[in-house]
Design a protein around this ligand. Structure first.
Ligand code: A3P
Length: 319
C-alpha cells in the first residue's frame, strides 16, 4: 500500500510541475487537470480516489458544483433515506451540521479515513464535487443525485463563500475578478458548464442511475422533488406516509429557515477529513433564487446567459 501511495505522490508532484496554472479563489493557484480547474489538495484526493476507493453497487453519491445546493441536498437525502430511524421531533440534523450527515470524497487524505470507516449503512452515501469524467470507472455502476443551479447565483454564492475563507495572506478577490474568472471557467471544479454537462450527458445515457435535479425546482415544488428523490434512492413514500405528511416534515426540517436558525448551524464547525475546518454558518447565506440581481449589471447578466446558451446548445438542457 505504501508503494502505491509513494507512486501516487510522485505522480502528484509531477502534475504540480507540469499542469497549466490559473488564478485560484481560495488558494493562490488552481491547476487544469483533465479539463477541470482544481486546487492542489483536491487533485491529490482525486488520485487517492482512483487508487483506493472501492465502490459498492448500492452506493449513492450526491454530486454538485460547489454552491449549487450541496448542504440542502445532503440534509434531504440523509433525512429521507433514514426517515424510519429518526423522529422529526429529535432529529440528528438538530444537533449536527448537515455536512456531517455523510462524507465528501474530495478532501480525503492519507491514511484514508472516510472511504472505509463509519459504514454499517446500506446504501452508503457520499458527496463529491468532481465532474463525472474525473471519477473512477468503478463508480459507473452506482447511483448519483446531481443538483444544478443558475450559474449567476452559483457565482455570487461562491464569491461570498470564498471571500470569507480565502487565505488572509492573499489579496481579496474582487467581484469583478471573480466574474471574469468564472466566465473563463477558471474556478475550483470549473468550468461550471462542462461540470453540469458531464452529469447531464451521463444522465441521458443512464436515467435510472443519475437523477438530475435543479435548485430552482426544489425551491418551487419541494415536495414533488423530494418524492422523486425518495423513489430514486429506492425508498418511495407509501400512501400512508404521504397522508401522514411525512414529505412535508422532511421539507420543513431541511428548509433554509429551519436549518439556518439551529444553534448548531449558527455556532458549530464542520470538519472535512483532516484537511479543513469551516464554520457551519458559512454554508447558509440567503438560500434564494435570483440574488445575483443585487450584484450583476444587465451587461454582466447577458454575458453569462450568452455563455450558458452557447455551451448548452443542443444538449437539451436549459438553465
Ligand atoms: P446562497 O449563497 O445563494 O445563499 P452549497 O451547499 O452547495 O455549498 O451551497 C450553498 C448555497 O445553498 C448558499 O446559497 C446557501 O445559502 C444555500 N443553502 C444552504 N442550505 C439551504 C437550504 N436548506 N435550502 C436552500 N438553500 C440552502
Amino acid at each position: 500500500e505504501d508503494v502505491a501511495y509513494n507512486n501516487m505522490c510522485k505522480e502528484h508532484n509531477h502534475l504540480m510541475e507540469t499542469l497549466p496554472k490559473g488564478h485560484g479563489w481560495r488558494v493562490q493557484y488552481i491547476y487544469n487537470y483533465k479539463g477541470f480547474w482544481l486546487n492542489p489538495n483536491t487533485i491529490k484526493s482525486n488520485l487517492l480516489l482512483h487508487t483506493y476507493f472501492k465502490s459498492h453497487t448500492t452506493d449513492i453519491f450526491l454530486a454538485t458544483f460547489p454552491k449549487a445546493g450541496t448542504t440542502w441536498l445532503k440534509s434531504l437525502m440523509f433525512s429521507t433515506l433514514n426517515r424510519h430511524h429518526h423522529a422529526f421531533s429529535d432529529h440528528p440534523l438538530h444537533h449536527h451540521g448537515p455536512q456531517s450527515a455523510f462524507p465528501i470524497l474530495d478532501v480525503e487524505s492519507y491514511p484514508i479515513t472516510d472511504f472505509t470507516t463509519n459504514f454499517s449503512d446500506v446504501p452508503r452515501l457520499f458527496n463529491t464535487h468532481f465532474p463525472y469524467t474525473l471519477l473512477p470507472a468503478c463508480m459507473d455502476a452506482c447511483k448519483f443525485v446531481y443538483v444544478c443551479r443558475d450559474p449567476k447565483d452559483v457565482l455570487i454564492s461562491k464569491w461570498h463563500f470564498v471571500s470569507k475563507l480565502r487565505s488572509k495572506d492573499l489579496p481579496p478577490l474582487t467581484l469583478d475578478k471573480a466574474i471574469e474568472l468564472f466566465q473563463q471557467g477558471v474556478s475550483e471544479y470549473g468550468p461550471f458548464w462542462e461540470h453540469v454537462l458531464s452529469y447531464w450527458r451521463a444522465s441521458l445515457e443512464s436515467p435510472d442511475k443519475i437523477l438530475f435535479l435543479k435548485y430552482e425546482e426544489l425551491k418551487k415544488q419541494p415536495e414533488v422533488e423530494v418524492k422523486k428523490l425518495a423513489a430514486f434512492m429506492g425508498k418511495p413514500f407509501t400512501m400512508e406516509e404521504e397522508k401522514k405528511g411525512v414529505v412535508g416534515e422532511i421539507v420543513k426540517l431541511c428548509s433554509f429557515k429551519n436549518l439556518s436558525n439551529l444553534e448548531v448551524n449558527k455556532t458549530g464547525v464542520d470538519k472535512f477529513a483532516n484537511v479543513a475546518v469551516i464554520e457551519t454558518k458559512n454554508f447558509f447565506r440567503k438560500g434564494e433564487i435570483g440574488d445575483w440581481k443585487n450584484y450583476l449589471s444587465e451587461e454582466m447578466k447577458e454575458r453569462i446567459d450568452r455563455i450558458t446558451d452557447e455551451k448548452l446548445q443542443g444538449s437539451g438542457l436549459t438553465l
